[in-house]
Design a protein around this ligand. Sequence first.
Ligand code: WTA
Length: 660
Amino acid sequence: MPPTDSIESLLKEERRFHPDPTFVRHARVGSHHAYAAMHKQSLDEPEIFWREQTVDLVWRTPWKTFSEWKLPHAKFFVGATLNLTESCLDRHLTTSRRTKAALVWEGEPGDSRTLTYFELHREVVRAAAALTDLGVKAGDRVAIYMGMVPEVVVAMLACARLGAPHSVVFAGFSAEALRDRINDCGAKVLLTQDGAWRRGSVVPLKAMADVALQQTPTVEKVVVLRRIGRGETQVVMKHGRDVWWDDWLSRVGPGPSLDHAKAPPAFDAEHPLFVLYTSGSTGKPKGVLHTTAGYLAGVHVTTKYVFDLRDDDTYWCTADIGWVTGHSYIVYGPLSCGATCVMFEGAPNFPDWGRFWSVIERHGVTVLYTAPTAIRAFIRAGDEWPARYDLSSLRLLGSVGEPINPEAWMWYHRVVGKERCPIVDTWWQTETGSIMLATLPGAVFAKPGSTGLPLFGVEVGVVKDRGEDCSPGEGGKLVVKRPWPSMARTLWKDDDRYLKTYWDVIPNVYFTGDGARRDEDDYLWVVGRIDDVLNVAGHRIGTAEIESALVSHPSVAEAAAVGRPDELKGHALVVFVTVKAGQKAGKELKEALAAHIDKEIGKFARPDSIRFTDALPKTRSGKIMRRLLKDIAAGGETQGDTSTLEDLGVLAKLRATEED
Ligand code: WTA
């Protein structure tokens, strides 16, 4: 059964999995009652709740008012000042965490590095001083185009220390995608690396950045980390603009200046922390802006409770740093909790399908946070892989990114968790900053496929188009009914789009773009996106982005991209293309279009199937009827009303298009 098609069967899911009594005994929140009391307090008395929950963070000036809310601009912890990195680093240095591992990093080739809190702090302070040396000041944007290396964490924290918002661009994005993101946020500096390891070969990040840099007028300096080494990749350094990472750091001397180490500047609670681009329903990616205090509070509290995190845990989030999960749950959340985080550079199946399990065994991972698409790939690879390794260190499993289908849930539970570890399914978005819904481990039972109950400060609803609540079991739109601390504050330089996309869709609430149902136990079941955004192998991709990339190819007249349920990837990407007069539709053009997508967006967005057609189904007013294309892509009959279709003959022709 395709995972994305499964809401009907999900709702018939009656299995309940109660947390192991041993886990419950030690859990931070040990009962449904305790959860409900905390949740109630977080909504009724937010001042008290958040004051208690954030006392261990470092505030330079305490906040006066918890929130001020006037669309589009929300403020939280009003009046506070802080330097977020003091909560993630400095505060640990006066405790036993000083010598504790903050990052346990493993490279794809098998090299490794551990940074204690002391060492990470030292590196961050040095990098912040070196950024200052390049002329970076509070408010300047710094683009980061790096893979999964410890320096990317150092880079992000160094920016945060200076109050210079970072914009991390996933290393799978192409030069063009990098260029557009740099230009949109107007970055002054780019931090990158010679190349990144990917399944034994090198992704030439600097060479790709060089292409982008031909058209990025705002970038003054480029810092290049040597990850790969001279023999394997060629790097051209532009005189006056480019500097090697080590030379850059050595400019500020062997030790950081006292200023940076002892007294980093304090910023207003609403000072911008980062811009992260994500897909929406138009071709232009959205620059989601997160600010300082609210974001920190959100990731701190959720990391602590959702992962039931302890000082002796070894926590591993397998996400890439280029997506929000990497930001919130590799960097800011865990470090603000003083956790030991494993960070892994490679792919799950390199050199073989045992790699993840081997990482868990060798590092003694206790908490694993990964995605359903990875779990499904592991199922396919076979139980023999996890069986070869000792996974007994694990005590808690997490899932994020898309609905976890019950089969994947059961496998995760049985084969990885040995029926001992609670599974916490976590629903959230780039825009929400931190986890919003979860099956809080130790507190509540899990139902395979349900993402559980709202977390602290979160009030959600499942509503109809005009905002009326749906009845239990009835499908509707998932909304958030009041602002919450870690929510996106706006889209970079585009308040209008922010309002239109999230706050003007349904009166007085935040619209998530997801469809959901709430059952009789109040558990939420998220079905997936109901806008034109797809979830392909854990990557959030806008169909409009794919379409605008395709029509920018000289042979293409029109294109429509839709998702087809896919056992492994959640969605597979199917595109329907009409070619311009005189152009030949065929194998060659298919290859050219695939290469074109690689270039415009990145290889991860390559369509799974390209189908040529003479015409696309349209309404009389000319709107492409994607609903019908979806049915055709899924290989089924077209469902529902076709009376608005202009030319019925189109459907028969479309069905006849060749599937590859
Ligand atoms: C989907 C990733 C069901 C959802 C953190 C959301 C999920 C989009 C879940 C955000 C989950 C994420 N169950 N669906 N546990 N987690 N999603 O911005 O459609 O990359 O709107 O953030 O992923 O994707 P984004």
